[in-house]
Design a protein. Sequence first.
Length: 210
Amino acid sequence: MNRSGILVGFSLIAACAFAGDGTTTNESEAVQREKLFQRALKEMREEQSREPSNSILRSLNWDTPGGREVFNQMVVHPSFGYRWDEVPAPTMTGSNAMAAIDSFIATNGWDMQKDGYVCCVLGPDRSKLVRGLPWTVIHDREFPAVTHNGILYVWFSGFHHDSDGVAYNPKTNEFAKGMNYKPIGEHWYVWAEVDDPLQKHIQVYEGTKN
């Protein structure tokens, strides 16, 4: 299934699902992922029961091969949970924790995307793959990333207007428009695009309160 095939499921369930807490566990990733999936089923069924007249919610069925595939593509790692804003703080520290990120920025600069369309498909895609994010569980994985106005944006999941990920903003520069964002530590933020103009924005910079 390509990204366009998971768009509807992503935009609906991201609003009503849940996330992990980033705590350390001895359970395998497969076990953690299964527990998260079972909670996803529970949360979706509860949401459907609360809004029985919502035909879109009523039509969703996670307990299918297709539903499970959507879930697997959206969850970066079960310890990162499910919602865009519940990614844990970086788990790696020390002089080598940011080596790959510093190298990426040194190579590509702080303004790869100059037109302001950081996430929207209306803008030309200048992203490149980055490896070595300072989270142990995903340190060896690659993700699309782009810099704009002194901020590094990294994509975790989503399509078109429903993207989310993490951002590195060491100088507390102004984020691109149309985003939710909040700090999680070490100048890193979680972010998500805001597709609904009526949705309440969550826009918190490091050192400030919501």
